[in-house]
Design a protein around this ligand. Structure first.
Ligand SMILES: Cc1cc2nc3c(=O)[nH]c(=O)nc-3n(C[C@H](O)[C@H](O)[C@H](O)COP(=O)(O)OP(=O)(O)OC[C@H]3O[C@@H](n4cnc5c(N)ncnc54)[C@H](O)[C@@H]3O)c2cc1C
Length: 406
C-alpha cells in the first residue's frame, strides 16, 4: 500500500506536457512504473492536432523501436526539389502522432495553468500547491537574449484533396517556388492517398509571418500541382530560432533551479530548429536516473545541453554563412548544394553527428555564397566556436580548419 505521505507528493511533476515532457513522462511511465508521476498542461489533451517529424537515423534503433507505436506515418524516402535539380533521398522519414502520445499518457495528465515552478513542486493558477520530489520544466522555449538568431517560420495546413495526389513520400523542400523573405520552400507530407500537410516555410531575418499571405501561397501551390482541396482539417504555424551565435554561460545563468527540458533547455537542431531527437534522447536519460534530486537532474541536463552546444559550433558557422553572407534571395543555393552531397553525410548532418571529413566536404567545393563575405561570418560572438588558423581558400567557402568550440 502506498505510504500516505508519499501519495500526496509526486515523485516527478512534469510542468507542461508538450513534446519533451510528454516523451519523458512516457519513458518514465514505461520504464519506472513504480514512480508516482503526473503532468500538468494548459491543454487538456496532450498532443491534440500535433505531429512531429524526424529522420529515422536521427534516433538510435532502440529509440525508434519505442517510438514506433506512437508513429502516425513512416516513409522510406523523401524528395527535394530545386530549380534544375530534383533528388529522392532514400532516408526514412517518420512522423510522431500527437494524439497517439496523448493516448499513451491517459490518466497521467491534468489540465491546469501553472503559475510557478520550484524544485519542490508547482503552484497552479488556481492556487493549488502540488508537491513533488522532482519537477521537470517543459513549458516550451523561453525568450533569451543569450542567442543571436535568424528564423525559420512556417504555416501549414492539413487537407484532404478531391483526388489522390500521387505522392509516395514527403517533399522535404520544394524550392522551385518564388523566393520570398529569405529562403522559401514548400514542405509536403502525404499522410494518406488524398491527405496532405502542406507548409510554406521561410528561412528569414525576421520572425514576422503574414498568415494571410502564407495561406495564399499554399493555395497557389496546391493549384499549380493540379490538386483541389475537398476539406481542410487543421492549420499550424511556427517560428523557430536558427541559432547564429550565442553565449551558453549567459543562457544557463538565466535558468533557475528547476531542470528544464526540450526547447526550454536550448535542445534543438541549430539549422532545422527541430527538437524531437534531443527530446527522445533526454527522455531515456531522465528515465534512467530517476528518482533523483532536482540539483542532480539539473546538473545532468545542463551538462548535456552544454556538450551539445559545443558539438554544434560548426552548425552555427554554417548558419552565419547562410544568414550573413550573400543576398537572402540566393540562400536556396546553399541548400541546393547541400543536397548534392552523399546521403550518409546528409544523414549525419541532420542527426547532429557531422565528422571532421563531413565538415570539410560541407565547406569545400564551389561557393554558394561569396567567399570573402563568408569568411567574415566565421568569428563568433562571446564564447562561441574557435577557428584554428590559418584560414585559407580551398575553392570553397573557407578552409576545412574550422573546428567546434574548445
Ligand atoms: C507548428 C510546429 C511544428 C513543428 N514541427 C516539428 C517537427 O516536425 N519535428 C521536430 O523535431 N520539431 C518540430 N517543431 C519544433 C519543436 O520540436 C516543437 O516546437 C516542440 O513541440 C518543442 O517541444 P517542447 O516540449 O520544448 O515544447 P512544446 O511542445 O511547445 O510544449 C510546451 C508545453 O507547455 C505548455 N505550457 C506552457 N506554459 C504553460 C503554463 N504556464 N501552464 C501549463 N502549461 C504550459 C504548453 O501548453 C505546451 O503544451 C515544430 C514546432 C512548431 C511550432
Amino acid at each position: 500500500m502506498r505510504d500516505p505521505v508519499r501519495a500526496s507528493r509526486y515523485d516527478v511533476a512534469f510542468a507542461g506536457m508538450g513534446l519533451a515532457n510528454a516523451l519523458a513522462a512516457f519513458r518514465v511511465a514505461t520504464l519506472r512504473p513504480e514512480l508516482h508521476i503526473a503532468g500538468f498542461d494548459t491543454h487538456a489533451s496532450v498532443g491534440a492536432g500535433r505531429t512531429w517529424s524526424f529522420f529515422a537515423p536521427d534516433v538510435t534503433p532502440a529509440q525508434l523501436a519505442w517510438l514506433r507505436p506512437l508513429l502516425r506515418r513512416e516513409w522510406p524516402a523523401y524528395e527535394v526539389r530545386f530549380p534544375g535539380f530534383r533528388r529522392v533521398v532514400p532516408t526514412p522519414v517518420c512522423t510522431l502522432s500527437g494524439p497517439a502520445l496523448g493516448r499513451a499518457l491517459t490518466g497521467l495528465t491534468r489540465a491546469a495553468d501553472i503559475a510557478e515552478v520550484s524544485p519542490e513542486g508547482l503552484t497552479l493558477a488556481d492556487g493549488t500547491a502540488v508537491a513533488a520530489r522532482a519537477v521537470l520544466d517543459g513549458r516550451g522555449a523561453r525568450p533569451s537574449s543569450a542567442f543571436r538568431v535568424g528564423w525559420q517560420k512556417f504555416l501549414g495546413q492539413e487537407i484532404r484533396l478531391t483526388a489522390p495526389h500521387g505522392l509516395h513520400h514527403p517533399i522535404l523542400m520544394d524550392a522551385t517556388v518564388q523566393q520570398l523573405d529569405g529562403f522559401r520552400f514548400i514542405y509536403v507530407l502525404p499522410f494518406g492517398p488524398d491527405r496532405l500537410l502542406v507548409e510554406d516555410t521561410r528561412y528569414s531575418d525576421t520572425p514576422e509571418l503574414s498568415h494571410q499571405m502564407a495561406r495564399q501561397e499554399i493555395t497557389s501551390y496546391i493549384a499549380a500541382q493540379g490538386w483541389r482541396v475537398a476539406e481542410q482539417f487543421s492549420e499550424e504555424q511556427g517560428v523557430l530560432p536558427v541559432v547564429l551565435d550565442g553565449d551558453i554561460d549567459a543562457f544557463w545563468d538565466e535558468v533557475g533551479p528547476v531542470p528544464p527540458l526540450g526547447m526550454r533547455a536550448g535542445l534543438f537542431h541549430p539549422v532545422t530548429g527541430y527538437s524531437l531527437p534531443s527530446a527522445v534522447a533526454l527522455a531515456d536519460a531522465v528515465a534512467a536516473v530517476l528518482p533523483a534530486r532536482p540539483e542532480s537532474l539539473r546538473r545532468m541536463i545542463e551538462a548535456r545541453a552544454r556538450a551539445t552546444w559545443q558539438a554544434q559550433g560548426f552548425y552555427r558557422v554554417l548558419n552565419r554563412m547562410l544568414f550573413l553572407a550573400g543576398t537572402s534571395d540566393q540562400r536556396w543555393r546553399v541548400f541546393a548544394r547541400f543536397f548534392h552531397l552523399p546521403q550518409p553525410l546528409i544523414e549525419r548532418f541532420f542527426a547532429g553527428r557531422t565528422s571532421a571529413l563531413d565538415r570539410m566536404r560541407l565547406v569545400t567545393g564551389r561557393p554558394p555564397v561569396p567567399f570573402f563575405q563568408a569568411l567574415r561570418c566565421i568569428p563568433s560572438w562571446g564564447q562561441g566556436e574557435v577557428i584554428t588558423p590559418p584560414l585559407r581558400p580551398v575553392g570553397g567557402l573557407v578552409s576545412p580548419e574550422v573546428r567546434a568550440d574548445g
